[in-house]
Design a protein around this ligand. Structure first.
Ligand code: SF4
Length: 284
């Protein structure tokens, strides 16, 4: 199977971002986010493994990619999963990619990305997307046990914003866990140098909902009511009821616009609310 593949978010008709390719050095991810969607379709997801012969295969495949292609690292993993601190496959990949005319989109939760800032400086067409769900230390630790805390990601964003375009994925919005301090969070993102806020609501899948309910027992009845009784099923995801979903997305939009940030929602069906593309590609 090829390493570089066309990004295909399960043929989701709610996906409106431009066509792009996907690349990941790892199968699985070690950040262990409770809400992770990818764990439902990849075996032993939270035990990441390096892809076989990754660097040699990348060297061959990158030559075939049309110039100016959008290439995202990564869509079903984090390029800076903790294992990369030892294996450095993402760093090695960047060393190769910097020599090609591609438009690179790095998506991560990890401050490990700063290790590679010397290479990132030399990549002409780059957008980095930092994902932040919360700036609350306790919540961050429970939701994303092996990822750096939200505050650390803010600092990472601040450093990256000095050398490249940085956008923030403030998602998923998990009602009611991280939906109370939206204004404050968006202000912090703006101060850290983000140019755009991208958001989406948490979509329940059987495995991620089970993990969430195990840790956040007090939300059990809330989520049962909102997702299982009143939610709407789209493909293999259960969405929050439309009115609540729209309300939450709009709250983020209002806060982002008031901070003069670009805004987009992702796979929600509210394209008219977006000011730019939902993946940061508008900054190329
Ligand atoms: S960082 Fe992304 S891919 Fe990794 S566990 Fe968290 S949600 Fe899943």
């Amino acid at each position: 199977m090829a390493l570089i593949t066309p990004f295909d978010p399960w043929k989701n008709e709610l996906c409106t971002c431009p066509s792009k390719y996907s690349l990941s050095a790892y199968t699985g991810c070690g950040h262990g986010c409770l809400y992770c969607y990818a764990s439902s379709y990849i075996r032993n997801f939270f035990i990441p493994r390096a892809k076989k012969d990754f660097i040699n295969r990348l060297k061959k495949e990158i030559k075939k990619l049309p110039p100016k292609s959008f290439l995202a690292m990564a869509n079903s993993s984090d390029p800076y999963t903790p294992e990369d601190s030892k294996l450095k496959l993402t760093r090695k990949a960047l060393e190769i990619l910097k020599n090609y005319q591609i438009r690179l989109m790095l998506v991560t939760k990890s401050s490990l990305i700063l290790r590679d800032i010397d290479i990132l400086k030399d990549i002409k067409h780059l957008v980095v997307s930092i994902s932040i769900t919360t700036l609350d230390k306790g919540l961050s630790k429970k939701l994303e046990p092996n990822a750096p805390l939200g505050l650390m990601r803010l600092k990472t964003m601040e450093k990256l914003a000095k050398i490249t375009n940085v956008v923030c994925r403030f998602d998923p919005l998990i009602y009611p866990l991280n939906t109370k301090n939206i204004k404050k969070t968006i202000k912090a993102l703006k101060n850290a140098g983000a140019k755009q806020v991208i958001t989406s609501t948490y979509k329940a899948k059987p495995d991620n909902l089970k993990r969430m309910m195990n840790i956040f027992r007090r939300q059990d009845s809330v989520w049962r009511k909102l997702y299982i009784k009143k939610g709407s099923k789209k493909k293999n995801n259960i969405y929050l009821p439309l009115n609540l979903r729209k309300y939450l997305i709009n709250e983020v939009r209002i806060a982002a616009l008031s901070e003069k940030l670009e805004f987009s929602s992702c796979r929600e069906g509210f394209v008219s609310l977006n000011t730019v593309n939902c993946d940061g590609s508008s900054f190329f």
